[in-house]
Design a protein around this ligand. Structure first.
Ligand code: HEC
Ligand code: HEC
Ligand code: HEC
Ligand code: HEC
Ligand code: HEC
Length: 251
């Protein structure tokens, strides 16, 4: 009887590590987001998770205007102090860069990460101030944060929670990020917006001036057909003319 030179067990020891090695080296690119280099190594994780600073302490325009805005140097100064009076992290080379920008009167040239084309209207304030009751009742109920943190259900459930948790519906786990990145590959695409908008109940009733009741129903019927044709109706049959009207998001 001819015995194989390798016992099955030895083969297993050879094959398993090779396969594992291949898996590790072939990790898809989505697992490692491309991180943008910023002028100062500013960490959200350090400020938010480790030092408990609220999102809207720095991004204070989020609930008041279209843009959430990146804080001006004066906000940093409030805690870290200027070159003349160094307070928090007095010896940090990174914080000193900020103090130098302040001394020169220059803004910090942060690189923008989330950026929509100019023909799209995105008001942060409408989203931050929206009532959670706007959503259809079952929206967000199937969320499993461990398994699929970026599923539509989890994003809806974060949105419904409100407060700073709401930021995570669109921006992901910023409190854990050293460097901010876009968490959804399709962030800011029309489908990304509409996926959520189709879960929102009558937002602001559209006024149809001068129409009789019959005319109104007729218009509604036509709207429904147009929306179905433009794929603006969710698989559950939800549609909302205000939330899916082209002019809601386009100038
Ligand atoms: C101490 C101030 C501070 C706090 C607190 C803070 N941020 Fe920021 N945030 C910044 C600064 C500065 C930048 C610009 C540099 C960068 O991108 O990291 C920024 C950038 C961002 C960006 C990317 C902006 C872009 O260019 O697209 C997002 C999104 C963001 N913050 C969300 C949050 C959220 C959500 C929280 C709370 C969990 C938060 N931030 C808390 C200061 C802060
Ligand atoms: C509400 C107070 C507060 C604000 C506002 C703030 N920071 Fe900080 N920052 C801190 C604290 C606290 C630490 C941690 C210091 C430590 O661990 O010694 C820190 C640490 C840092 C560090 C790391 C320092 C190091 O080398 O270890 C950098 C860089 C930094 N901040 C930059 C900024 C910038 C830029 C801004 C403005 C966009 C800013 N911070 C706004 C409180 C603040
Ligand atoms: C419904 C989704 C959504 C929510 C909720 C949301 N954002 Fe945004 N955020 C966006 C989009 C979309 C952009 C890109 C806007 C643009 O380019 O016009 C953006 C951009 C930003 C920026 C870059 C600067 C700017 O204003 O363009 C910051 C900072 C930011 N968001 C912080 C926050 C914070 C903090 C919260 C929570 C208080 C928050 N966002 C909640 C979708 C959202
Ligand atoms: C996670 C859910 C969610 C996402 C994602 C989202 N929105 Fe919204 N949006 C809402 C809710 C909720 C409202 C507020 C409805 C209300 O208060 O009546 C709203 C309102 C708006 C309004 C104001 C409508 C009005 O009647 O004044 C605009 C404009 C808008 N969204 C644009 C966008 C754009 C553009 C995107 C994608 C870049 C986007 N939204 C992504 C949930 C979302
Ligand atoms: C909820 C917000 C929202 C609504 C409602 C909406 N759009 Fe958009 N649309 C967007 C966003 C965001 C983009 C940018 C996509 C990108 O850059 O990938 C976009 C992109 C487009 C583009 C592509 C432009 C280009 O140069 O690529 C066209 C065309 C367009 N929308 C037409 C429409 C029409 C027609 C409707 C009505 C049936 C509509 N949109 C309703 C958010 C919306």
């Amino acid at each position: 009887m001819i015995r194989s030179r390798f016992s099955p067990l030895a083969l297993l020891f050879l094959v398993v590590p090779t396969v594992l090695l291949l898996c590790v080296s072939a990790t898809p690119t989505w697992a490692k987001p491309k991180l943008i280099e910023q002028p100062i190594a500013f960490s959200h994780k350090l400020h938010v998770s480790q030092n408990g600073i609220a999102c809207q302490y720095c991004h204070l325009y989020a609930r008041r205007s279209f843009s959430a805005g990146v804080p001006p140097v004066s906000t940093c100064l409030g805690c870290h102090g200027s070159n003349k009076m160094k307070i928090v992290a007095p010896d940090s080379a990174e914080v000193n860069k900020m103090r130098d920008y302040w001394a020169q009167g220059d803004p910090i040239p942060w690189v923008k990460i989330h950026d929509l084309p100019d023909f799209v209207r995105f008001p942060h304030k409408k989203h931050i101030n929206a009532e959670s009751s706007r959503f259809v009742d079952e929206a967000g109920q199937g969320c499993n944060l461990d398994k699929a943190p970026r599923s539509l259900e989890c994003r809806l459930s974060q949105f419904r929670t409100g407060g700073d948790q709401r930021c995570q519906a669109c921006h992901g786990a910023v409190p854990e990020m050293e460097v901010v990145y876009k968490v959804d590959d399709n962030f800011g695409s029309m489908g990304w917006c509409l996926e959520c908008h189709l879960q929102v109940k009558g937002a602001v009733e559209r006024k149809r001036t001068g129409s009789t009741l019959a005319g109104w129903f007729h218009a509604k019927e036509n709207d429904a057909k147009r929306e179905a044709a433009a794929q603006l109706v969710s698989d559950k049959g939800y549609h909302n003319s205000n939330m899916s009207d082209c002019v809601t998001c386009h100038y």
